[in-house]
Design a protein around this ligand. Structure first.
Ligand SMILES: Cc1ncc(COP(=O)(O)O)c(C=O)c1O
Length: 474
């Protein structure tokens, strides 16, 4: 399916696009403009439909395999969701967070119906970080304990408690001192967690599949061990399903793979259908939680989270997922993509180390870090927007909208083959250079990459302007 015009956006000319780039650079982030241009990602999403977006100024259409890490599970501009939003806008506004709301009640009911059994209470949140903050506060408030155990390289967002739970120095370094009491253990390491959890532990927080860390799925037995440890020590188990939730991994929620039910589950991103922000925290009505909430039910509130319009949209999203059995589609398409990527890996051991993931949350790990940005650039030239992981540049994430058809998946596979082909042509230079530690450090350096790619891009643009040689890259 090609991207269709919504009929609402004005078609931009190249001059207008240039003006937008300049404004963006001047008032928002000049580095980002340069970086995107260097990687052939200087695209304006003026039209979005299904799994694609189009830059009407250049006519370039791309497949979205990034989806802001799982925000567009129902597709870009899903017509069912847009219709629900339009209908809500006719008669509703965000509503008062204090008053009873039929839309909040209906969404809470719908969430409980799709959630693992036992998670039958709901708080609303304005987004992922806010949901994580709410989850951690709930655990600390209910248990009265100080310690929160998170995992190395975990990513939970940029708000106060969430930031404190991020398992990479890079995110926390400039803001210390953050919340005290946070400890980090290696992911998927049962011994490490067993020696960390004790009577002071309020919560263990984990992504069932680490996303930003580079797509690492927790073993089922590891999750079962976390459940046992938390039960034994009276700690609460929090799953961050902000990225993995809402059918992404081939189940409605990733925790269904292991059948481990957490005490608290944080949700956001795709709950808003990519059109209206929302978030939720589901939790079990445990005595320790009920006692705390009896006194402090307003311990976490949000005007934006669970707004009436947001709830109408989220209801449409969940009903769409249930009606189309979207998790099954994610599982089937994921298997198709995974097996093709595995073939490409087997054929290209000098480029790809491993392919891993569940459903349509798939990561490709390259042999060297610098290959992540290079492949991102090569894929962009082949019409696919795919980003490497924030915490692991050598890992590229493929997280297309779950509504992708078999033909769409085959197009992603063909583009990946072409991109790997382009990478191969530079290996005779890159691989010998990568054997020299100093040169490898240079190649892996983001600034050096931007400089190099920008230089190549300028040369490319120059060639395009020379009559007889050029031909615009679409
Ligand atoms: C696993 C996970 N948790 C939390 C967050 C934070 O969500 P938000 O950006 O909505 O605050 C993200 C965002 O990428 C995420 O991937």
């Amino acid at each position: 399916m090609r991207a269709k015009s919504s009929g609402k956006g004005a078609v931009l000319g190249r001059g207008e696009k240039k003006r937008i780039e300049e404004q963006f650079a001047r008032h928002i982030n000049r580095g980002q403009v340069k970086y995107l241009k260097a990687g052939h990602l200087d695209v304006l999403e003026t039209m979005r439909r299904g799994i694609r977006f189009t830059d009407e100024a250049t006519g370039r259409t791309m497949i979205d395999c990034f989806t802001s890490a799982g925000c567009f599970n129902v597709g870009r501009g899903n017509p069912v969701v847009l219709a629900a939003l339009e209908k809500a806008l006719d008669s509703l506004d965000m509503g008062s967070w204090m008053l009873l709301s039929p839309w909040k009640a209906a969404l809470a009911r719908e969430l409980v119906e799709v959630a693992p059994r036992g998670l039958d209470r709901v708080f609303f949140a304005s987004g992922g970080g806010d949901a994580i903050d709410c989850a951690i506060k709930l655990a600390r408030g209910a248990t009265g304990r100080p310690t929160v155990i998170s995992t190395v390289k975990a990513y939970h967002g940029h708000t106060g408690f969430a930031l404190s739970a991020n398992g990479k120095e890079h995110y926390r370094r400039y803001f210390e001192p953050l919340m005290p009491g946070f400890r980090f253990v290696p992911f998927n390491d049962s011994e490490a967690i067993a020696s960390a959890v004790d009577e002071k532990t309020a919560a263990v927080i984990i992504e069932p599949i680490q996303g930003e860390a580079g797509i690492f799925a927790a073993d089922d037995e590891y999750l079962r061990e976390l459940r046992r440890l938390c039960d034994r020590h009276g700690a609460l188990l929090i799953f961050d399903e902000v990225q993995t939730g809402f059918c992404r991994t081939g189940r409605f929620f990733a925790c269904e793979h292991s059948r481990v039910v957490p005490d608290i589950m944080a949700l956001a991103k795709s709950i808003g259908g990519g059109v209206y922000p929302n978030g939720a925290v589901l939790y079990r009505g445990l005595p320790v939680i009920n006692r705390f909430l009896k006194k402090h039910h307003d311990f976490h509130t949000s005007y934006n989270g669970g707004s009436d319009i947001g709830c109408c949209v989220s209801l449409a999203v969940i009903r769409f997922m249930r009606e189309t059995r979207l998790w099954e589609k994610a599982e089937r398409s994921g298997a198709r993509l995974y097996s093709a990527l595995e073939d490409i890996r087997r054929e290209n051991p000098a480029i790809i180390r491993e392919v891993r993931g569940l459903g349509l949350m798939i990561g490709i790990e390259y042999i060297h870090e610098f290959m992540g940005p290079m492949m991102s650039d090569a894929l962009a030239k082949n019409g696919v927007f795919a980003a490497y992981s924030g915490n692991a540049p050598q890992v590229m994430r493929f997280m297309p909208p779950l509504v992708a058809s078999d033909e769409d998946i085959d197009e992603i596979i063909a583009a990946t083959r072409a991109a790997v082909g382009a990478m191969k042509s530079i290996l005779p230079i890159a691989l010998p250079a990568a054997r020299v530690p100093f040169l490898l450090n240079l190649l892996n350096n983001e600034r050096v990459q931007t400089l190099l790619f920008n230089w190549l891009r300028s040369a490319e643009d120059l060639v395009e302007r020379i009559p007889g040689l050029g031909g615009r890259n679409k």
